[in-house]
Write a protein that binds this ligand. Structure first.
Ligand SMILES: Cc1cc2nc3c(=O)[nH]c(=O)nc-3n(C[C@H](O)[C@H](O)[C@H](O)COP(=O)(O)O)c2cc1C
Length: 170
């Protein structure tokens, strides 16, 4: 074992899944961003959380409307992850610019991502400041799977590859 700096150690965590966080701003414009720092954090109530830096447009959207879609990116969304993660909804209408296919939500007013592996509709349950990010905790109020299973997308430190093929849990 050799001791290294915390950043160097944490840089060896890969692979990491990619969550696409979708939210509308107060004027109704939809936006999305990729996030690696998110997970399921409670079973009852059913909660997910994601850490979003205050400078992100998505942060503003979630603060303004109190709801978001937490979608595990699908294997075909690597280019969308790269593009939507390198520009801000403050300057770009990402859904128009990247022609992102959507599907209708049932419980909140935020579009689902038609090509994601999993879509969860969430309402904000809590928001905790955590250093240079805010942890948004969302209560999952509806869930959606594609008609045909789609594998999740894994991030290998900037290179993307499909995860295991999606199978029904036993
Ligand atoms: C693979 C990947 C993972 C990312 N993970 C996070 C994250 O967990 N939290 C965060 O605040 N930003 C994260 N980012 C950066 C944002 O996605 C990026 O700054 C994005 O352009 C913000 O868009 P917005 O201003 O429209 O919200 C990640 C970017 C990529 C490409």
């Amino acid at each position: 074992m050799r001791q290294v700096g915390p950043s160097e150690a944490m840089g060896h965590k890969y692979p990491e899944w990619v969550i696409l966080v979708v939210a509308r701003d107060g004027q109704g414009k939809p936006n999305l961003m990729p996030a690696g720092w998110g997970m399921i954090c409670s079973g009852d109530p059913r909660l997910v959380c994601v850490a979003i830096a205050p400078g992100r447009y998505t942060h503003r959207c979630i603060e303004e409307t109190g709801e978001f879609v937490f979608a595990w990116a699908g294997e075909g969304q690597a280019e969308l992850v790269k593009h939507s993660g390198s520009c801000s909804g403050a300057k770009v209408s990402k859904f128009e610019e990247f022609e992102i296919p959507t599907a209708e939500p049932v419980a909140i007013g935020v579009p689902l991502l038609a090509e994601a592996a999993v879509n969860l509709e969430c309402t904000v349950w809590a928001a905790y400041p955590a250093g240079d990010h805010t942890i948004f905790v969302g209560e999952v109020v509806a869930g959606h799977l594609p008609e045909e299973p789609v594998a999740t997308l894994l991030n290998f430190s900037g290179k993307f590859a499909p995860g295991a093929p999606a199978v029904e849990p036993e």
